[in-house]
Design a protein around this ligand. Structure first.
Ligand code: DGL
Length: 265
């Protein structure tokens, strides 16, 4: 048993989709969330920069006595996870592998689509892991950079997001893809419009839900699960908490106990 918090971080607000899934499936666990709002977006930055930012955040969470780290950001998971695991001793998991396992379970046509930021798609992290698990699966990837600002603006239905989705998702039209990984923290907010454009028979894999169940098994396996406690969620942002507070409700249904500013770099 270990009642210390789980540390979760993202480039900004989007990682709250992972916090939401974690808090719902692990109600005894407390979560410290860092949103690097001063340096968002990560999606178009270099690998070296993402590793540097991720290092600083994980060190801060370790200093705050976290027992485990979840890299909620797909871009940081793609570009910095191996580096973080070589540097820190505590369990650190990202969102790529959980999303891949869930997609492999879902596909019947052995053809998987991956959506993500430019950084995630250019790293080919999802494609490489899928091929490693099953080399017969074909992968079609598509960067969807405009989905992030649309989600942050709350522009998640109507003509504009639909037109953007139609443009990005046209790549899947003539394909055999029956499963698509939403490989970015913000994309679950656009699930309805993505579903509408891509067709209801295609399964959409939300990495946040898949990650929560892997976190649960890692905690059990390492005997780190919290017991007899009621989990709390405390958020720390590197820019002003004001805009984070006003947007947070779009990303979570759970209760957030506090939102404060922190200087990390
Ligand atoms: N959190 C990022 C991700 O999941 C999306 C936002 C950004 O570009 O920083 O890849």
């Amino acid at each position: 048993m270990d009642n210390r918090p789980i540390g979760v971080f993202d480039s900004g607000i989007g990682g709250l989709t992972v916090v939401d899934a974690l808090a719902k499936s692990l109600p005894n666990e407390s979560i410290l969330y860092v949103g690097d709002t001063a340096r968002v977006p990560y999606g178009n930055k270099s690998k070296a920069r993402i590793q540097e930012y991720s290092d600083e955040i994980v060190q801060w969470l370790v200093n705050e006595n976290c027992k485990m780290i979840v890299v909620a950001c797909n871009t940081a998971s793609s570009l910095a996870l191996t580096h973080l695991n070589s540097k820190f001793d505590l369990p650190i998991i990202g969102v790529i592998n959980p999303g891949v396992y869930a997609a492999i379970q879902a596909t019947k046509t052995l053809s998987i689509g991956v959506l993500g930021t430019r950084g995630t798609i250019n790293s080919a992290a999802y494609g490489k892991k899928i091929k490693l698990e099953n080399s017969r699966i074909s992968v079609i990837s598509q960067a969807c950079p405009l989905f992030v600002p649309l989600a942050e603006e709350g522009w998640i239905s109507g003509d504009v997001p639909k037109a953007v989705a139609e443009n990005y998702l046209a790549i899947f039209k003539e394909s055999n893809v029956d499963t698509v990984i939403l490989g970015c923290t913000h994309y679950p907010l656009l699930k309805t419009v993505i579903n509408e454009v891509i067709g209801g028979d295609v399964s959409l894999v939300d990495s946040s839900e898949a990650t929560a169940s892997i976190v649960q098994s890692v905690l059990k396996q390492k005997e780190l699960s919290a017991e007899g406690s009621v989990g709390e969620v405390h958020c720390f942002v590197t820019d002003s908490p004001d805009s984070f507070s006003s947007l947070a409700d779009r990303f979570v249904t759970i209760k957030i106990q506090s939102i404060s500013h922190v200087d990390i770099s």
